[in-house]
Design a protein around this ligand. Structure first.
Ligand code: NAD
Length: 471
C-alpha cells in the first residue's frame, strides 16, 4: 500500500466528486466534510508481565449537526488519526442516508486484541472510557460508541459499566454505548444487524431490472454466487443471510487463507471448523487458496469484502470478476479501484449505505435505553388480542376454521426481534430507493457511491441551511 495514501483524503475526494453535483454554498460543503472535534490520547496500562505500556487511542466527532455523535470503536494495530477521521466522516453520511438522527463519530485503539489477555483488554477499554468521560466525549446525548473491527459485546459491556460507575443516577446512562449484551441494556438483533443490512441492501439492488439487465444478471439473489472476505461479525452474518436466501457461497476468505467450493459453503460449519483447528484452510470438500487476497479475484456474481479497508486497489481491481461488489467493510475500495471497476462496468454498492444496518439497529437500542422499555412490550399482547378477534370473525363468516400453523402466524404480536428486523428491512429498502432515485434519474452521476454522497449531502446541508446554524 502506498505510504502516502490517506483514507480521509479518499473519503474527501469522493465527497467532492458528489458535492459538484449539488448547489450548496462552498462554506456549507466545507463545514460538512471537516471533522468537528478530534481527541487524541495516550494512557498507560500495566501488562500481565508487570511492564507498563503506553496505549495510543482516538475519538473523533466528525459532525455535530445532530447529536449525539455515533460510531464504533476499532481495536487494531493499524489505527491512526487519519483512519479514525475517515471512518467518523463516513458515519455522518451513513446516518444521513438511512435517516438515523445522529452526527458521525468513530473511535480507535491502537492494539491488536490478539496480543493482549482479556484482563489487559478490560483495563484498556475501561481506561479509554474514563478518558472519554473526563473530556466529555461520551454520553447518551453527546457521543455514543458501538462495536467495530476487533470489538464486540464484551467491550461494550465494560464501557457501559465504567460509564455508569462514573455517572451514577444519570437515568439514561445505559444509552452511552450500543451493541451491549442484552443483560446490560442491549437490543435483540444488534449482533447480526450489519450483515443482515448488507443482505437487505443487495437484495433490493438485485430487484432493479434496469441494473440487472445492464450487468447481464437475472433478477433476485437466489442462485447467485457470492464470495465473502472476513468471517467476523459482518462477514459471517452477510454469508448466513445470503445462503439462507438461496445464494451460493463459493468462497470464504480469512487472513490465514481462503477456501473455495463451487457447490457452496456453509458459513456456520466453516466457523466451527476454524474454531476447532485455528484455520479456515483444509475445510473438507473445499480447495485451499493460500494467498487469501486471490479469493477476491475468483469469478462470482457478488463479492462482499467484509474485513478491512483498501483491499481492492489499483493493483488488483483489474482482476476483479464479480459483477456486484458490496462494500460490507468500511472503505474496502480505494478511489483508483472505484474508477477501474466503473470502467469495467461493475456495480459497486457503497459502504456508507450498505453497512448502515449496525448503526440503524444501534439507533433502535438507544431509543430502547431512553424509553426504558423493551420494544414490543406494550403492543405485543394488544395486537394478539385484536388478531384473535379478527380470526374468530373470519371463521364465523367463512364457516372454516383456520389451521394451527396459519392461526399462529396471523395471531402473533411482534417481539422485539421482529420489530428490529422489520425496522431494519424498511430502513434499507427506503435508503436504496432514495439513492437509486437520485442516481438513475441523473445520467451524469457516474456511480452509486456518488449518488449516496449526494443523498447524504442534501440532507445534512438542508439542515444546516434551515437552522441558519452559522453565527
Ligand atoms: P470483526 O473483527 O468481527 O471481523 C473482521 C474479520 O476480518 C476477522 O475475522 C479478521 O480475522 C478478518 N480479516 C482481517 N484481515 C483479513 C484479510 N486480509 N483477509 C481476510 N480476512 C481478514 O470486524 P467486523 O465488526 O466484522 O468489521 C468488519 C468491517 O465492517 C470493518 O471495516 C468495520 O469497520 C465494518 N463495519 C462493522 C460494523 C459492525 O457492526 N460490526 C458496522 C459497519 C461497518
Amino acid at each position: 500500500m502506498d505510504q502516502n495514501y490517506s483514507f480521509y483524503g479518499s473519503v474527501k475526494k469522493s465527497f467532492e466528486k458528489a458535492a459538484a453535483f449539488t448547489k450548496f454554498d462552498k462554506g456549507i460543503l466545507e463545514q460538512i466534510i471537516v471533522c468537528n472535534s478530534v481527541f487524541s490520547m495516550k494512557f498507560p496500562i500495566r501488562r500481565d508481565n508487570g511492564d507498563i505500556e503506553v496505549i495510543e487511542a482516538y475519538r473523533v466527532q466528525h459532525s455535530h449537526h445532530k447529536e449525539p455523535c455515533k460510531g464504533g470503536i476499532r481495536f487494531s494495530e493499524n489505527v491512526n488519526q487519519d483512519e479514525v477521521m475517515a471512518l467518523a466522516a463516513l458515519m455522518t453520511f451513513k446516518c444521513a442516508i438511512v435517516n438515523v438522527p445522529f452526527g458521525g463519530g468513530k473511535g480507535g485503539i491502537k492494539v491488536n486484541p490478539r496480543d493482549y489477555s482479556a484482563y489487559e483488554l478490560e483495563k484498556i477499554t475501561r481506561r479509554y472510557t474514563s478518558e472519554l468521560v473526563k473530556k466529555n466525549f461520551i454520553g447518551p446525548g453527546i457521543d455514543v460508541p458501538a462495536p467495530d473491527y476487533g470489538s464486540g459485546e464484551r467491550e461494550m459491556g465494560w464501557i457501559v459499566d465504567t460509564y455508569q460507575s462514573l455517572k451514577p443516577g444519570e437515568v439514561d446512562n445505559a444509552g452511552c454505548v450500543t451493541g451491549k449484551p442484552l443483560s446490560l441494556g442491549g437490543v435483540r438483533g444488534r449482533k447480526e444487524a450489519t450483515g443482515l443490512g448488507v443482505f437487505y441492501g443487495i437484495r433490493e439492488v438485485c430487484k432493479n431490472k434496469h441494473l440487472m439487465d445492464k450487468l447481464g444478471l437475472s433478477l433476485g439473489v437466489e442462485g447467485k454466487t457470492v464470495i465473502v472476505q472476513g468471517m467476523g461479525n459482518v462477514g459471517y452474518h452477510s454469508a448466513k443471510y445470503f445462503r439462507e436466501n438461496g445464494a451460493i457461497i463459493v468462497a470464504l476468505a480469512e487472513f490465514e487463507g481462503a477456501i473455495y467450493n463451487p457447490k457452496g459453503l456453509n458459513e456456520e460449519e466453516v466457523f466451527q471448523f476454524r474454531k476447532k483447528t485455528g484455520s479456515i484452510l483444509n475445510f473438507p470438500g473445499a480447495t485451499n487458496i493460500e494467498n487469501s487476497s486471490l479469493a477476491l479475484e475468483l469469478p462470482c456474481d457478488i463479492l462482499i469484502p467484509a474485513a478491512l479497508e483498501n483491499v481492492i486497489n489499483a493493483h488488483n481491481a483489474h482482476n476483479i470478476k464479480a459483477s456486484i461488489i458490496g462494500e460490507a467493510a468500511n472503505g474496502p475500495l480505494t478511489p483508483e479501484a472505484d474508477e477501474i471497476l466503473l470502467k469495467k462496468g461493475k456495480l459497486v454498492v457503497p459502504d456508507m449505505y450498505l453497512n448502515a444496518g449496525g448503526v440503524t439497529v444501534s439507533y433502535f437500542e438507544w431509543v430502547k435505553n431512553l424509553s426504558h422499555v423493551r420494544h414490543g412490550r406494550l403492543e405485543k399482547k394488544f395486537t394478539e388480542n385484536i388478531n384473535n378477534t379478527i380470526i374468530a370473525e373470519f371463521e364465523k363468516i367463512s364457516g372454516k376454521p383456520l389451521g394451527e400453523k396459519e392461526r399462529r402466524i396471523i395471531s402473533k404480536g411482534p417481539d422485539e426481534i421482529d420489530l428490529v428486523h422489520s425496522g431494519l428491512e424498511e430502513t434499507m429498502i427506503t435508503a436504496t430507493h432514495e439513492i437509486l432515485d437520485i442516481w438513475l434519474k441523473n445520467p451524469e452521476i457516474p456511480d452509486m457511491r456518488t449518488a449516496s454522497f449526494i443523498s447524504a449531502i442534501n440532507k445534512v446541508a438542508t439542515m444546516y441551511g434551515e437552522l441558519g446554524i452559522f453565527p
